[in-house]
Design a protein around this ligand. Structure first.
Ligand code: ATP
Ligand code: MG
Length: 333
């Protein structure tokens, strides 16, 4: 059994204009240590899928079919008590919009420490120390000083790191990051993704990464899952999905991504001669790696991408209180 198994998941939103079927028959598994990227255009159901996994759907949403098993436990059917034991502890979640996800009147160090406290993982003093360590691991500069500041005193990139620290401080087996970089500039995006990669390797945990950006997915994921209109239409290794896409939607997505040039990468270099590019960012002056060698998961077979343009941040499904109370502070404030 995988770490996470989603089987036939369907989610609908009730609206005054009728039901919106946001997720349809989604089945997906994530193994221990694996990084899976879900890609797809805005509105394709990526956030709804992950909110269903962590049961953070708004009241208007209903899981109408399917099951989500995590470490053998059915999260759809789990009691609130069982869920509290999982969220923030076994599953860390970095939400899509950092601006609404931190409590504006609580110092950031306390917000990180609170996760350890509510899960009974540390006493107050130890939690404060581990909070600063988690902020450091998430790449926040001057973490000890910053820990005493409030969210409004931090930049957007720093706030994103605080959210990552909150998601990671309990050492979860699975980290779900919903567009963790879309509101950030390209350099900060790369730093954040590098940190997630490093933390994942250190801990052997799994990562479910949601992104608009095919270049990010190509570069970071063991497996890419393509969603459109609430369905998964294709999944495979980055070289399979981007090098020889089978579904017309995937082909359109690739064609619409000016930053991604898989053909150029495949054609330009003889097998084995391409440099092993870290970060997957290529400029015209650099030689892209070969994609002839199609060993699944091998870095040399990955598609390459130029820096992508930042995408807009979609309106959040969750309100501050939902997130902080229900997820980050499962015991309530
Ligand atoms: P983005 O890339 O913009 O974040 P997404 O792939 O995460 O998009 P979702 O937020 O999951 O997409 O939305 C899927 C569908 O569900 C869309 O049609 C969206 O309009 C609808 N939807 C999302 N949240 C709600 C809500 N709270 N009420 C009604 N419909 C919603
Ligand atoms: Mg989304």
């Amino acid at each position: 059994m995988s770490l996470l198994d989603i089987d036939g998941l369907a989610v609908a939103y009730r609206t005054p204009r009728g039901d919106i079927q946001a997720v349809r028959e989604v089945s997906l598994s994530i193994a221990a240590g694996e990084t899976v990227a879900i890609v797809g255009e805005s509105g394709s159901g990526k956030s709804t899928t992950v909110h269903a996994i962590v049961r953070l759907l708004p009241a208007a949403a209903r899981v109408s079919a399917g099951a989500v098993h995590f470490e053998g436990r059915d999260l759809v059917a789990a009691s609130d008590r069982e869920l509290r034991a999982v969220r923030g502890r076994r599953i860390g979640f970095v939400p899509q919009d950092p601006t609404v996800s931190l409590n504006p009147v609580v110092r950031i160090g306390d917000q990180v420490a609170e996760v350890l406290r509510v899960h009974g993982l540390a006493d107050r003093r130890t939690a404060a120390v581990r909070a600063v360590e988690a902020l450091e691991r998430a790449g926040l500069p001057d973490a000890a000083v910053r820990a005493r500041q409030y969210p409004h005193e931090l930049s957007g990139g720093m706030r994103q790191r605080v959210l990552i620290a909150i998601a990671l401080v309990g050492d979860p087996a699975l980290l779900i990051a919903d567009e963790p970089t879309s509101a950030l500039d390209v350099t900060v995006q790369r730093q954040i993704l590098d940190h997630l990669d490093a933390l994942k390797r250190e801990r052997g945990s799994s990562l479910l990464l949601i992104t608009h950006d095919l270049g990010v997915a190509a570069d970071r994921a063991d497996r890419i899952v393509v969603m459109t209109d609430g369905r998964i239409v294709e999944q495979g290794t980055p070289s399979e999905v981007l090098g020889s896409p089978r579904h017309p939607y995937t082909r359109r997505l690739i064609a619409a991504a000016p930053s991604l040039n898989v053909d150029r990468a495949r054609d330009a270099v003889a097998p084995g001669t391409g440099p092993a590019l870290r970060g997957g960012l290529v400029t015209d002056a650099e030689t892209p790696p070969s994609t002839e060698d199609r060993a699944p998961g091998s870095t040399s077979s990955r598609a390459t991408a130029a820096p992508s343009r930042p995408t807009e941040t979609a309106s959040p499904v969750l309100e501050v209180d939902d997130l902080v109370k229900e997820f980050v502070l499962p015991g309530g404030r």
